[in-house]
Design a protein around this ligand. Structure first.
Ligand code: DOR
Ligand code: ZN
Ligand code: ZN
Length: 461
């Protein structure tokens, strides 16, 4: 399997790889093999027995570690621009690689919003040269559906619709309009991801709040499980069979409705591993949207995960300044999650509740399939994005040490088994043994591949 190249004089010569990762166990096609991974020009050049490996300029000693394909976190708010005080492209992608994540998909509720091809291109321009993990971008629906084609051509990975706070001038509450928008997006090759909460139920619940409640209780009571079930039910009736993705499903009934309609479903580690009793102890530190659910619902959601009904796990990394979270009147929902997601899932593997292959399906293969990305596979010729993990390493979640600007977590103090030790992005070592060692800009901008694009009809105005 030695890689060859032709020299200038036309002679075939043995080629050296840039890097050879030696001594690791490698998860390859569902089996754990002992071998070597060689990397050339940012791609995997060789995968196999050490005796057959090419010579390499650099050797990375990975004895005792397990090499996995680089995880793709499909739900991340990297912020930057007007919200850079919460997180920026550099701090957010440092947080990613420190958490063993090599690719992230960035949400569009930024300041300014991402709702056009030019905004998306502008954001990609700012990210390039800074990011140390790969980044793909979501867009909101444009005010005029004719703008969708340019959004697809600009390389959006998906469209995001926030049902309860649309952030678009397009009337997405109008069912005919929503159907038209999702159908067109799909024809242009774009899946449509939903934050599914029914605004009517949220509004009614807000009206019924008794006076004098603290901001966290107000938020939790006005975002009940029924708001999610109602919203997913509506989408299931309207958009059955279309390429629809349900973000951060927190209620088992909503997962069943979504799967019944052929949608893909995402769950977050916080909805899978934490329950609403935590609000008493942590208040705003554990507030996110959707909020944590009662224990019975959490157990049932986790059972759906183990049963294979949940397609992907994503962090919904939604950083805020600590001062904002501790404000006495308005508490923004959202918690950082990039540095805890993989450790929490590795802990499930180490404890024997989740198989390694299932983990890879949830954070590598699933997101790659849903969003059409050439990433998340350990295979010769594919981009060399991978993570080296120690499945035995015990550690305690310490938000003070996060690379994210948001140094808080509802998982603080939890002891976990299994942690990322090294993260490689495009063939370059980005994180090693607790330190970000990446060259700024080693991340690439992710665009969907291999899908029918550009076949959408223009919408008459
Ligand atoms: O918890 C959340 N935070 N949920 C959302 O839908 C938005 C997000 C954010 O941007 O902070
Ligand atoms: Zn959301
Ligand atoms: Zn989100």
């Amino acid at each position: 399997m030695r890689k060859h190249e032709r020299s200038a004089k036309g002679k075939v010569v043995g080629m050296e790889a840039d890097t050879c990762i030696k001594g690791a166990h490698i998860l390859y096609h569902g089996e754990v093999l002992k071998g070597c991974i060689a990397i050339s020009d940012g791609k995997i050049a060789f995968l196999g027995k050490e005796a057959n490996a090419p010579r390499a300029e650099r050797i990375l000693d990975a004895r005792g570690l397990l090499a996995l394909p680089g995880p793709i976190d499909a739900h991340v708010h990297l912020r930057d621009e007007g919200l850079a005080y919460k997180e920026d492209f550099y701090s957010g992608t440092c947080s990613a690689v420190a958490g063993g994540i090599t690719s992230v998909l960035d949400m569009p509720n930024n300041s300014p919003l991402v709702d056009s091809a030019s905004r998306l291109a502008e954001r990609a321009r700012k990210a390039r040269g800074t990011i140390v993990a790969n980044v793909g971008f979501y867009s909101l629906l444009p005010a005029d559906l004719n703008g969708l084609r340019a959004i697809a051509e600009a390389g959006a990975v998906a469209i995001k619709v926030f049902m309860h706070e649309p952030r678009t001038e397009l009337p997405v509450w109008d069912e005919a309009m929503l159907l038209k928008a999702v159908s067109l997006a799909n024809r242009l090759g774009l899946p449509v991801a939903f934050h599914a909460e029914d605004p009517g139920i949220i509004g009614e619940a807000k009206c019924k709040l008794r006076p004098g409640l603290d901001p966290v209780s107000k938020f939790v009571l006005s975002h009940p499980p029924e708001a999610e079930v109602e919203a997913v039910g509506k989408l299931a009736r309207l958009l059955r069979g279309l390429r629809v993705h349900i973000c951060h499903a927190s209620v088992p009934r909503a997962v069943e409705l979504a799967k019944g309609a052929g949608f893909t479903v995402e769950a977050t580690p916080h909805h899978l591993f934490l329950s609403s009793d935590l609000y008493e102890r942590l208040g705003p530190i554990a507030l996110m949207d959707p909020p944590l659910r009662p224990r019975e619902l959490v157990m049932a959601l986790r059972a759906l995960l183990y049963d294979g009904l949940i397609d992907i796990v994503a962090s919904d990394h939604a950083p805020h300044a600590l001062g904002e979270k501790l404000s006495t009147d308005h508490v923004p929902p959202g918690i950082p999650g990039l540095e805890t997601m993989l450790p929490l899932l590795l802990n499930e593997v180490a404890e024997g509740r989740l198989s390694l292959q299932h983990l890879i399906s949830l954070v590598c293969e699933g997101p790659a399939r849903i969003f059409g990305l050439r990433a998340g596979r350990l295979e010769v010729g594919w981009p060399a994005d991978l993570v080296l993990v120690d499945l035995r390493a015990k550690h305690v979640v310490k938000p003070d040490a996060f690379f994210s600007k948001a140094k808080f977590s509802p998982f603080e103090g939890l002891e976990l088994r299994g942690r990322p030790i090294g993260t490689i992005v495009n063939g370059q070592l980005a994180f090693w043994d607790g330190e970000v060692v990446a060259r700024r800009g080693c991340g690439r901008i992710l665009k969907p591949e291999g899908q029918s694009r550009g076949q959408g009809d223009e919408v008459p105005s």
